[in-house]
Design a protein around this ligand. Structure first.
Ligand SMILES: NC(=O)C1=CN([C@@H]2O[C@H](COP(=O)(O)OP(=O)(O)OC[C@H]3O[C@@H](n4cnc5c(N)ncnc54)[C@H](OP(=O)(O)O)[C@@H]3O)[C@@H](O)[C@H]2O)C=CC1
Ligand SMILES: CC(=O)[C@@H](O)[C@H](O)COP(=O)(O)O
Ligand SMILES: [Mn+2]
Length: 386
């Protein structure tokens, strides 16, 4: 199998290449941002024909990688011939390459949750127009996909996504003095900085509720969240007869990545279009992972973690609110990591932006205009400490 990995130097990207190595697949195209050191090592090992890098390091990349075609056109990289395209870019920058890949009829293993959060119907339109297919990489959404395999989407009563609860699930009571270093200590997963901070505020789970509704064509009211500190159950689906099916697995993203790569060529062309897949061989020695210990489940505390409520608000309101929420969150998380705002300013900034988001329908033009506006407004609100 020939693979493209966008965001190859990140947490998901490097693990996708672990799967490629373990399975003996080949790599045709890699896209990274600015980490030329790691990209050069990946080029030496996997020998892609083309690499894409962020425009700011294009000249340096050409000097450093003379034996490979270098571009800064990541959407162009996304449409190059491949059996599967793994999109592991973080943030809204991953949107255009996802759309380009779907329009070009690619099979996409999609980690970039922002695509389905902000622009689901534009993604599905692109898939319909170009013949592209998509399977989610996100651990909860592959869990839902696997639970839905062989079922009828009309029989779903509720989907439940698990959340670890993040590093502050049991304290401190006062979150106002939380530091970036504390928030970056995820209790169960090792991930990139943006998604790790989002996990600590429960915004990650809020984005995932929206992602789930978009992928499976469900209303927000049918997607719930439960805190499960062990991060071993990833999702469950409750059916109308009262039966509950759950997906469990070790906390290792290589399993969802491998599953999505196997499933993408027969993946979804429209919401809820779950076909399943023949599973590939054992991933990272996990077949015998032990069923031991205590597994706990409890409700999330929306007062302590207002980001989750903000995400439900944006997802339920729909239209341009998810775009504004996503942009405001990206700006607020950056500002928190840079020490410019406090931890509790994150929901304050996002809520302020949502309050002022103009009404309007989602198109590519309104998406980009709203994203640009929300980033500016969030930046202004970051300058104002509560
Ligand atoms: N990490 C995880 O376990 C999980 C992540 N996800 C989702 O997957 C996505 C990726 O997350 P994660 O891997 O943690 O993020 P990281 O921050 O670790 O990685 C982001 C990747 O995007 C690359 N990138 C930045 N700019 C560009 C560009 N212009 N062109 C191409 N690539 C670029 C970065 O490159 P560079 O470093 O070279 O600048 C890096 O390779 C997110 O949407 C996240 O929510 C979902 C479930 C689990
Ligand atoms: C691995 C994965 O899918 C992450 O999105 C994970 O869900 C983050 O952990 P939280 O449950 O703390 O958000
Ligand atoms: Mn997840």
């Amino acid at each position: 199998m020939k693979v493209t990995v966008l965001g190859s130097t990140g947490s998901i990207g490097t693990q996708a290449l672990d799967v490629v190595r373990e399975r003996g697949w080949s790599v045709g195209t890699l896209a990274a941002g600015r980490n030329l050191e790691l990209l050069a090592a990946q080029v030496r090992e996997f020998r892609p024909e083309v690499v894409s890098v962020d425009a700011s390091v294009y000249a340096a990349a050409r000097d450093r990688l003379p034996h490979v075609i270098v571009t800064s056109d990541v959407s162009g990289a996304a449409v190059r011939p491949a059996d599967v395209v793994v999109n592991a870019m973080s943030g809204l920058i991953g949107l255009e390459p996802t759309r380009a890949a779907l329009l070009a009829g690619q099979a996409v293993a999609l980690a970039t949750k922002e695509a389905m959060v902000t622009a689901a119907h534009l993604m599905w339109e692109a898939a319909a127009a170009g013949g592209g297919r998509v399977v989610p990489v996100d651990s909860e959404h592959t869990g839902v996909y696997q639970c839905l395999t062989g079922e009828h989407i009309g029989d779903v009563a509720e989907v439940i996504l698990t959340a670890s609860g993040g590093p502050f699930r049991d304290g401190p009571a006062d979150l106002s003095r939380v530091t970036p270093a504390q928030a970056l200590k995820h209790p169960s997963w090792t991930m990139g900085p943006k998604v790790t901070i989002d996990s600590s505020t429960l915004m990650n789970k809020g984005l995932e509720v929206m992602e789930c509704a978009s992928l499976y064509g469900l209303p927000m009211t049918q997607v719930g969240v439960v805190i499960h500190p062990q991060s071993l159950m990833h999702a469950a689906v409750r059916f109308r007869d009262g039966s509950l099916k759950a997906q469990f697995g070790p906390t290792d993203m290589r399993l969802p990545i491998a599953y999505a790569m196997d499933a993408a060529p027969t993946g979804m062309t429209h919401p809820g279009d779950v076909r399943g897949t023949r599973r590939g061989p054992e991933v990272a020695g996990h077949v015998a992972w032990p069923l031991r210990g205590e597994w706990q489940f409890r409700d999330p505390d929306l007062d302590r973690f207002p980001c989750l409520a903000l995400a439900y608000r944006a997802g339920t309101g729909g239209r341009l609110l998810p775009v504004a929420l996503n942009a405001a969150d990206e700006v607020a998380v950056d500002a928190f990591l840079a020490g410019r705002i406090g931890y509790l300013d994150i929901p304050r900034v996002i809520g302020g932006v949502l309050d002022e988001t103009p009404a309007g329908d989602l198109t590519w033009d309104t998406l980009h205009a709203t994203d640009a506006w929300a980033r500016i407004r969030a930046g202004e609100l970051c300058g104002v400490r509560a």
